[in-house]
Design a protein around this ligand. Sequence first.
Ligand code: HEM
Length: 463
Amino acid sequence: MEHATIPGPPGLPLLGNLSDIDAENPIQSLCTLTTKYGPLWRFRIGSAERVVVASQALMDEVCDEERFSKIVAASLEQVRNGVHGGLFTAYGPQEKEWGIAHRVLLPQLGPLSIRSMFPEMQDIASQLVMKWARHGSDHTIQVVDDFTRLTLDTIALCAMDYRFNSYYYQKMHPFVDAMADFLKVSGDRARRDAITQMFYRAESQKYWEDIELLRKTSLEVINTRRENPTDKKDLLNGMLNGVDPKTGEKMTDDSVIDNMITFLIAGHETTSGLLSFTFYYLLKSPSAYEKAQAEVDEKIGKDSITVDHLTKLPYLNAVLRESLRLSPTAPSVGLTAKEDTVLDGKYPVKAGTPIVALFPMIHRDPLAYGEDAEDFRPERMLDEEFDRRNKEFPNCWKPFGNGMRACIGRPFAWQEALLVLAILLQNFNFTMDDASYQLKIKQTLTIKPKDFYMRAHLRNGVS
Ligand code: HEM
């Protein structure tokens, strides 16, 4: 077959397509450009080319791990300044640290181990219920902020038995501030060339100080655990004591630190975004909201929620899946061809060229999801239809990434999100703070709703 050129916006000689992409919300720009150039297109930042894939068929093609692998580029390369070869930022199996951590941690984060973390998850979720109940229905809830406090406190408690107690402070814990600033500046640095970067001396100094604070605090947590051993089955014990079944080696202290910070980074914004978008979609879809609350009332009632209840909530499951379809909180992943290749049968792509898999568009492919792909309709995500669609249109729903580099925290995130959704619907009726609110997106490493506020009304007769 004849080779064809991948289309894309023309761009300027030195800057490439920098001006076509909104620095504050690049994912939105990529989605808009997809509607213009189709599901396969390219752009340049400076002279570096990137290819965008934005349909189910192309996603299916790049999910072939024989031909494609994860690429660590742009922001992720900068995040490596702080967490090196931690699971999320590792180059892959060629980095020994990744293999050992992956094999040691996979069982620790499997569904069975996650079940045992339920009491801690419930502890933090109940504190949120108490906080919102105390504030009353006149209080405007900063949805994203409170869910971020919840997910951070949950991962810190479950991973290393550490309490940030974020609900009780207006200001965040210094570790959390350092982590947020480190992530933000990592993203900013990725958009600058080396010469421009030299003009950011003060920011750079603070950046490296933040990294030092994160690593020093993590080392203190490790040392405290060594001095006060417990037989608790948390991730920290798993990392300190686990032995890699393949090499017989343990994780080094540096790798434990890299991964401890990695879990806090990877394990909170994504889940907090998922919960925030879910409440937005439910509040905009009263019939879905009613069905979700009815399921909680029928299956759980006024009982204290147990881990077994969570297996009996098909509609809530579907709600979370549908929310992640429309608003995948990790909105893209970077891949690359292992060897020069041809995409879609005719478009040559060089090995090493970053390929951006654009989930918000892949998840709206009308071929896989039909003409109502834009609508929030959880029914399409109930097991039977979900399984049938994934068989017919493989890889049409990929919010947790692909293959061996897929999200290792998925069971953790799912249990946490289901529990929180259930406990909140059980205890409150929610309303939008401003009924005319239209979804706006804030993007960092992840996406979240911007300026989204709601109110919580304690339900009568439910404890
Ligand atoms: C990887 C999404 C929650 C830990 C990933 C990737 C995605 C993702 C798309 C692949 C990234 C890539 O290919 O570059 C999500 C979403 C979440 C979530 C949507 C919640 C709704 C969590 C949680 C944890 C976690 C709770 C920790 C407990 C990780 C780690 C990796 C990862 C360590 C890297 C795995 C590896 O490459 O070996 N996640 N994640 N994630 N996630 Fe998650």
